[in-house]
Design a protein around this ligand. Structure first.
Ligand SMILES: Cc1ncc(COP(=O)(O)O)c(C=O)c1O
Length: 381
């Protein structure tokens, strides 16, 4: 295949000599294992990036969410409230633990509609627990014991949800709040880093994410106990002892030291990556005559989303991209429309449905070049 028709992917890994050198460095240091200095440094830098005290690096974003569910003790007595417009992994671990899932519609930004979230929490009849103004860690900890309501905020396509408003609602209704910032590494909202709100945040370093370790994830939190327990659970919950002693059964969710080395090289590039993703968005804003999902200030522009006038127009554009060997995708199919969640309660749902029917995730890779944009422009015309 000629270079001029090489496939343009949606958001491929942007890696090169620096990542190769980092892997070689980790390899040569002898730490070809799931523990090692690169993991420690990666965690240190992730905590700093998130404005948190601790980070626990794990094998995927889904594993990070699962560890949070284990920490909270989520089971069939819990209700987990999440936006309907998200990837299935946001609620997958809660589903597997038997929790009742409740979905909430998007607002015009695509992120969770905060007034509908309030309606959802109101209807769950959670007693007002605290009239205190500011959230503290101890608020979260006591909520942990008896609320059994968990709100998972999601930062859609790298645009942070309204952390302040959601945290306030969770305080009002005594719900635990965690943030699925899988798509939002490097983003901010009102000056706060992605993943900095609530009891803990989650990152993904999947191959299509803004920072990749090929596969990986992390929990970021200010709660020392949570971080320690998550780390222990990610390493089979082995007690500190010469032999393998277990008071509980954990998981094998560790991030390999070799992969953490890739993550470190990626973090070095993060400012340049964010600049390029914003430049991609700006290019679309100038060259696409229709509507774009407009992210708030501080978004990392992981994926730029076009909103077409109808489902037919969406399909036409997707076909044109495919014919030109360019990858583009519909936006997430809302979870309340997924067959497996058909019986779950949803508050609203029409906004997310319309975004699914009319939205297209446009090629947004860090490596997009002028020639790629010329091919993309021909499809957009
Ligand atoms: C919103 C969201 N949550 C969770 C995940 C799961 O992350 P991972 O693929 O690293 O398991 C992803 C991405 O893949 C995601 O987009």
């Amino acid at each position: 295949m000629s270079n001029t028709n090489k496939r343009i992917f949606l958001s491929p890994p942007f890696v090169g000599a620096a990542e190769r050198a980092a892997v070689r460095g980790a390899f040569d240091s002898g730490y070809v294992a799931p523990c090692g200095p690169q993991v420690d440094e990666f965690e240190h830098r992730l905590a700093k990036l998130a404005g948190r005290k601790y980070a626990v690096a794990v094998s995927s974003g889904t594993a990070a969410i699962d560890l949070l569910m284990a920490e909270l003790g989520v089971d069939e007595t819990w209700t987990v409230v999440a936006p309907t417009l998200t990837f299935v992994a946001t609620v997958g671990p809660a589903f597997h633990r038997g929790a009742k899932l409740v979905f909430v519609d998007s607002d015009a930004t695509g992120n969770i509609d905060v007034s509908l979230l309030e309606e959802a929490l109101e209807s769950l009849r959670v007693k007002l627990r605290s009239s205190r103004g500011r959230a503290t860690l101890s608020d979260s900890k006591s909520a942990l014991k008896d609320s059994k309501i968990l709100v998972v905020g999601v930062d859609l396509y790298g645009d942070c949800c309204d952390y302040g408003a959601i945290a306030k609602l969770c305080r009002k209704f005594g719900a635990v709040f965690v943030t699925d910032a899988a798509e939002a590494v490097g983003a901010t909202r009102d000056g706060r880093p992605a993943g900095s709100a609530g009891l803990a945040g989650v990152y993904s370093f999947n191959g299509n994410k803004i920072v990749t370790t090929s596969g990986g994830g992390a929990i970021v939190t200010d709660d020392c106990g949570l971080a320690e327990r998550a780390k222990k659970r990610s390493q089979q919950s082995r007690e500190k002892c010469a032999w393998y002693e277990h008071k509980e059964v954990g998981y094998n969710y560790r991030l390999s030291n070799i992969l953490a080395a890739i993550g470190l090289a990626q973090l070095d590039r993060l400012p340049a990556i964010l600049k390029k993703r914003k430049a991609n968005y700006d290019w679309y804003a100038r060259n696409f005559k229709g509507d774009l999902l407009a992210p708030t200030l501080g978004a990392n522009h992981w994926l730029t989303v076009a909103v077409l006038s109808s489902c037919r127009e969406r399909d036409k554009l997707l076909r044109r991209f495919e014919a030109a060997n360019i990858e583009a995708r519909p936006v997430w199919k809302p979870l309340h429309l997924q067959p497996i969640f058909a019986k779950c309660r949803v508050f609203g749902g029409e906004v997310a449905k319309a975004l699914f029917e009319r939205g297209v995730c446009l090629p947004s890779g860090t490596g997009l070049k002028c020639g790629d944009f010329a091919r993309i422009a021909r499809c957009l015309k």
